[in-house]
Design a protein around this ligand. Structure first.
Ligand code: ZN
Length: 406
């Protein structure tokens, strides 16, 4: 059998060492000691993942730190970005989002769900810029666009009409942000109605505080079941869950599992913004995704914001986010650290309902080679991605660090 490319001695996340035969942009064979002809490269037993999957990234408001002077609270961050947003032009959004997107690609991310703000102030300018990027970078990344009203829906006349225009123009799914709405449950109902109309998944920015009372989560689970949308609804942040004692947390986990609602945890932003009213013993405010996952809830870890008042840091590395989460959640055993890598790869792909993800014959040959031998090592040591492929074509290379001895 002939292949366009053979990558030999690739270590998969389950520990197997295999050769990967790639033809016409797809995995044509995945087996040990593959017999076949074609240009070959030896990976030396390095860990290969099918690309990182970023489930929650705000490209449109990335890289605006130089325009903001936030005091650090969530309310400040929303207000600062709302003010800066008025001056966004399509070109400006395109330039900043492109820088962030290229960083993500260079960190080995091959699939992204990006959240784009829509409201009467920004109109469809950010959406238009991100749609251009979606097409321009299709060679490197599958970018899906979730449009949502960051500043509320029912309190913001004109926002819903704009969201519907974006959906008509090809947005991939609809999101919500009930915690900024004057009528949170009313917004949840409207977002479900839009999703039903366009037949798309939903991704809510659900709650963002440490008060476990009055959870929007109950309403989202109720609507998910009522509308028959299990497996198609995601909630992000849900920092309230970090404030629940174990028995209450278990009850919520069971409810999420039964409803088929997935969860994205955003450790960088949650760490940065939560617990601002404390001056000592500051709570982390990061919900335990691995515990929810243990209950059977689909969970991902994601970047959220990059270089803005919500998160003034960011290199778009999902290995770093997995490491950060493992550190916060105090996960040090190899299996636990491997589970963190799973939440930026396989589980994230499940959350996005990707049907063609994974190193399996027939799937697009998306893969990233890491400078590590095992998933736990990759998380523990923040393993660098060395190079990556999208649909069988090499899309980036990062040279391995080397010492220059005297
Ligand atoms: Zn977000």
């Amino acid at each position: 059998m002939n292949f366009d490319l053979i990558l030999r001695n690739a270590r998969l996340a389950d520990g197997r060492i295999v050769d990967l035969g790639i033809t016409a942009g797809r995995f044509a064979a995945v087996a040990p000691a593959l017999a076949g002809e074609g240009p070959a490269q030896d990976l030396g037993g390095r860990l290969v993942v099918p690309g990182f999957v970023e489930t929650h990234l705000h490209l449109d408001k990335s890289c605006i730190l130089d325009r903001c002077s936030s005091e650090g609270s969530l309310q400040d961050a929303i207000a600062e970005v709302a003010a800066a947003k008025k001056a966004f032009t399509e070109t400006d959004v395109h330039d900043r989002a492109r820088r962030t997107l290229e960083k993500a690609i260079l960190q080995g991310t091959t699939r992204i769900r990006t959240h784009v703000e829509i409201d009467p102030r920004i109109g469809l300018r950010s959406f238009a810029a991100i749609r251009r990027l979606q097409a321009e970078y299709a060679w490197a990344v599958d970018l899906e666009i979730c449009v949502f009203p960051q500043e509320g829906l029912l309190n913001d006349p004109g926002a819903e009409e704009l969201l519907i225009q974006a959906m008509e123009q090809g947005a991939d799914l609809i999101g919500g942000c009930p915690y900024t709405d004057s009528d949170p449950n009313g917004q949840i109902a409207r977002i479900f109605a839009i999703a039903k109309r366009f037949g798309t998944d939903i991704d809510f920015h659900l709650d963002f505080d440490l008060d476990p009372g009055r959870m929007g989560l109950d309403e989202v689970c109720r609507q998910t079941v009522a509308q028959g949308m299990g497996g198609r609804v995601t909630i992000g942040h849900v920092t309230k869950l970090s404030a629940l004692p174990p028995a209450d947390f278990a009850a919520v986990a069971q409810r999420l599992k039964d409803a088929g609602v997935a969860v994205t945890v955003l450790p960088a932003t949650d760490l940065f913004l939560m617990g601002r009213s404390f001056d000592h013993n500051i709570p982390r405010g990061v919900t335990h995704a691995h515990r929810l996952s243990g209950w059977g809830v689909t969970c991902s870890l994601a970047t959220n914001n990059v270089l803005n008042p919500f998160t003034p840091f960011g290199d778009c590395s999902l290995v770093r986010i997995a490491n950060l989460y493992a550190n916060i959640a105090q996960l040090g055993r190899p299996a636990e650290m491997a589970a963190c890598l799973d939440m930026v790869t396989e589980q994230s792909a499940r959350l996005l309902n990707l049907k063609d993800y994974g190193i399996t014959v027939g799937n697009p040959a998306d893969l990233v080679v890491l400078d590590a031998q095992a998933p736990a090592q990759a998380v523990a040591e923040l393993a660098q991605p060395l190079f990556g492929f999208k649909r069988g074509r090499r899309i980036f290379t990062r040279p391995q660090a080397e010492l220059h001895r005297p």
